[in-house]
Design a protein. Structure first.
Lengths: 399, 433
């Protein structure tokens, strides 16, 4: 008679086969970011070097920044594990803990969110906020409420933006010398139209950066990772092919931003399809759609929750972008929505199993009414802010 | 439910392990142990220690309810009543019968002449007296389904065997296809139905082939191949595939009765020869077994004897790094000591070594919710269970869980999510009272 090990059904696990488990998911996320990293190195390093504005070492700086982002996060988490657990301090223990903590990913994403000439010490502050405050203090991998990278980016953006601007900001050496950019990013240019009686136009928003094609390729000023929709889409297709993200989350999010921007454009007297297209290719909407709203930990788990999350986020992004005083709007809205991921998940779980029946009506009504109020408010306020054309909308000011 | 269609995913079946060997009849073990338990009910022994019993003699019965009944599976002397491991994971009392290898049949076992004239009630009575239970795993007396007041139009024979590794039904059917077809017709008559449908996995082409040879002789029996997915053997899934209808409580609500193929074959024996349920097919398989095989064994046989017949455990097997699973790998139970006896619901014993790795935390990818065949959200139920929030468990429909194990199967972080949902379901059942 032999004594066997215990265990819980089912005794077959896909994750044991090493072909698909959390380690491979995280590896695939890293692979998906490669096109973005390579493109940004090309745009902010190699191209500028070929133009003759920077030397070889400066050419490597964008790549260095991304690698340092990952490395710093890993080191910081290693130190954190060392300090927190007094019993397991050997190199092997820390290595084992790091292997299921996936520290490098928030660091790399953080670096991609920052402008080209961010000083390393600023990156270090960001990485500290991201990994230690945003992730480890919440309980480590799997327990963070906020997207760690985004939290680091928000803190750095709110407190150290002056430092970054002084160091060169989002413009790389060639872009800083381009007359047509006039020192503003596309969305910065859009913000200039706030409360102006003049309607925004293709010539003012897109023409300085070339054409919509340039916005799609990413040859415009902007943070390291956010500019190239093409590179991001390649990563996204990889993630969808590997069944790591759902296709509908990014599609719904980008779609919501697209449709709402179009409506706002029409209200502002600019019905061309170029405006919503401009809107989704700028300010990191694509980057967020592929890499941030699909980040599994801080967003809803169940499929219906993902749908709600993407829709709400789309509306909030437009609200922050057009009405709030934050030109990008993506990061802020995502941080706000991260807080609501948990209730959305619960509500969606209830609605998903019970359907639209009596017991779920309070939840359906709550979600739907918040969504409608947000939607109406966004459209009315944004229309009010950007148009002198439709006087009907201006009743908001009267109220 | 917003989405109604039942779904599942394809799982690596690993049935080849066991398929290549033909089924072995192992009908004369030296000793058998008839467990004195049926589901959760304790049975009372009807024989004394030292008494000689015949094959098919009633040896134990539940005190008030005649349907829970056990028969002697070999003839011989009752040695003692002692504790053995049962597939429910507990130790239970069992009647130890030493086989005299004479195979003396009880007087009641004889060929039935008037099969054609049997009425519905008589067939149900035969089913009850033979102690035929759901051999797919439920273990509930089968005749209760047939006493329904609903108008039954179809009897479905579930030969899908969707769990990985298991091949006992496959072997049992391919060895004796006509028995299954006859059983299907008897069940159809017992339910007053118009037709019987045999649902099998299209992946098991041989079942389709052997059944097609004979199916022409049985005009009321149809064959129905089902996609190779898990959980295709789930009652609701089969009924939906065959009839296109869904039900909430019992298949009888939509005029259907579903029975396992082994149950049907046991019923053939009961009708034609009046042999009660005394044997069943079982697969002894898994990577930890030297030569995996399927057996036809009397109930009460020790599994360790069967494993010896398979050449023992695989070389170099470390028992502490292997699971000894009673039942299928998706829904079965780990038994700590390899001292199990075969009972009516035990379709397989799987010995399977496992490897551990550093499991990460749940990352919230949502795979578990994606694959769930009943569209509940396992992660939310787990959280609600951890907070002991019964009201939320009810809202999240924790009681809908069919415990198929898919959520744990797909989980990339190796979270014991099925177990958490099961516990949530238990808490809800307790809290609702």
């Amino acid at each position: 008679m032999a004594r066997f090990a215990g265990g819980k059904a089912p005794f077959l696990r896909l994750s044991d086969q090493k072909r698909y488990n959390t380690n491979t998911i995280m590896r695939d996320f890293m692979i998906a970011m490669l096109p973005v990293i390579l493109f940004t190195w090309y745009k902010n390093g190699i191209q500028v070097y070929l133009d003759g504005y920077i030397n070889v070492f400066e050419m490597l700086y964008p790549l260095f920044l991304v690698i340092m982002g990952g490395l710093l996060s890993v080191i910081m988490e290693g130190i954190y594990f060392y300090i927190v657990d007094k019993k397991e301090r050997s190199f092997k223990d820390i290595q084992r803990k790091l292997s299921t903590s996936y520290a490098a990913i928030p660091g790399v994403i953080l670096a991609l969110l920052l402008p080209v000439y961010t000083p390393i010490w600023v990156l270090m502050v960001g990485a500290f906020i991201a990994t230690i405050v945003g992730k480890m203090l919440f309980g480590g991998f799997g327990h963070n409420i906020f997207n760690p990278a985004l939290l680091g980016y928000a803190v750095v953006g709110f407190t150290l933006s002056g430092v970054i601007t002084d160091a060169g900001g989002v413009f790389n050496a060639s872009e800083a010398l381009m007359d047509s950019y006039a020192g503003v990013t596309p969305l910065g240019a859009l913000a200039n139209f706030r409360n102006s009686t003049e309607a925004f136009s293709y010539d003012a928003l897109v023409a300085p950066y070339g054409s919509l094609w340039n916005l799609f390729l990413g040859t415009m000023p902007g943070a390291l990772g956010e500019t190239s929709a093409l590179a991001i889409l390649i990563g996204g297709i990889w993630l969808i092919y590997r069944k790591i993200i759902k296709w509908y989350t990014p599609v719904l999010y980008v779609g919501t931003v697209f449709v709402l921007s179009w409506i706002i454009g029409i209200m502002a007297g600019e019905p061309g399809i170029w405006f919503p297209t401009f809107s989704i290719f700028t300010g990191g909407v694509m980057f967020a759609a592929i890499f941030m709203i699909t980040e599994p930990v801080s967003t809803p788990t169940n499929p219906l929750g993902k749908v709600f999350f993407a829709l709400f986020l789309g509306v909030l992004t437009v609200l922050f972008r057009f009405v709030g005083n934050l030109p990008e709007g993506v990061g802020t809205s995502l941080i706000l929505m991260n807080i609501f991921a948990i209730p959305i998940d619960t509500y969606a779980g209830i609605i998903r199993s019970k359907g639209f029946k009596k017991p779920t009506m309070p939840y359906v009504t709550a979600l739907a009414s918040i969504f409608v109020i947000l939607l109406v408010y966004t459209l009315v306020a944004a229309g009010n802010m950007y148009t002198a054309v439709l006087p009907l909308i201006r009743f908001w000011q009267v109220i | 439910m917003i989405f109604h269609k039942a779904k599942g995913i394809q799982i690596d079946g690993r049935k080849e392990l066991c398929k290549k060997h033909p089924m072995v009849d192992y009908l004369n073990p030296d000793t058998v142990y008839i467990p004195l338990v049926h589901r959760n009910l304790k049975l009372e022994p009807k024989v004394e220690v030292g008494e000689h019993v015949k094959v098919g003699q009633v040896v134990a019965q539940f005190s008030t309810y005649a349907a829970f009944i056990s028969h002697a599976s070999v003839s011989g002397e009752v040695k003692s009543i002692k504790k053995v491991w049962h597939s429910s994971g507990k130790m239970v009392d069992a009647i130890e019968i030493e086989n005299d290898h004479k195979n003396i049949l009880d007087d009641s076992i004889k060929e039935r002449k008037n099969i054609k004239e049997l009425t519905r009630d008589e067939l149900i009575e035969i089913m009850r007296d033979a102690g035929i239970t759901g051999m797919g795993g439920a273990g509930f007396p089968a005749y209760i389904k047939y006493q329904t007041k609903e108008d039954i139009h179809t009897v479905i024979i579930n030969a899908v065997e969707c769990e990985p590794y298991l091949t006992c039904d496959y072997h049992h059917i391919t060895m004796n296809p006509e028995k299954l077809l006859r059983g299907a017709t008897y069940m159809m008559r017992a339910a007053d139905a118009n037709k019987a449908v045999i649902a099998y996995k299209e992946y098991n082409k041989r079942i389709g082939r052997v059944l097609k040879e004979f199916v022409d002789k049985y005009p009321d029996v149809e064959l129905f191949p089902i996609k190779d997915i898990y959980p295709a053997g789930w009652e609701k899934y089969i009924v939906e595939q065959v009839t296109g209808e869904t039900y909430s409580a019992l298949p009888a609500d939509v005029g259907v009765i579903v029975n396992n193929s082994s149950t049907s074959m046991a019923f053939t024996d009961a009708v034609e020869m009046n042999i009660p349920l005394i044997s069943r097919p079982i697969s002894i398989t898994g990577e930890g077994i030297n030569q995996p095989k399927s057996f036809n064994v009397p109930l009460g046989t020790k599994v360790s004897e069967l494993i010896d017949q398979c050449g023992g455990y695989a070389e170099g097997l470390d028992p502490m790094k292997a699971n000894y699973i009673a039942g299928g790998p998706m829904t079965g139970r780990a038994i700590f000591i390899d001292d199990l006896v075969v009972n009516d619901t035990l379709g397989a014993v799987i010995v399977k070594p496992f490897e551990t790795w550093d499991y990460p935390e749940c990352l919230g990818c949502g795979k578990c919710a994606d694959v769930c065949p009943v569209y509940i959200t396992p992660t939310e139920i787990k959280k609600a269970f951890e907070r002991k929030n019964v009201k939320l468990l009810d809202l999240l429909d924790a009681n809908k869980c069919i415990e198929c194990g898919l959520c744990s199967y797909v989980c990339p972080s190796h979270v014991e999510i099925t177990d958490a949902v099961k516990k949530g379901k238990e808490l809800l059942a307790k809290g609702a009272k």
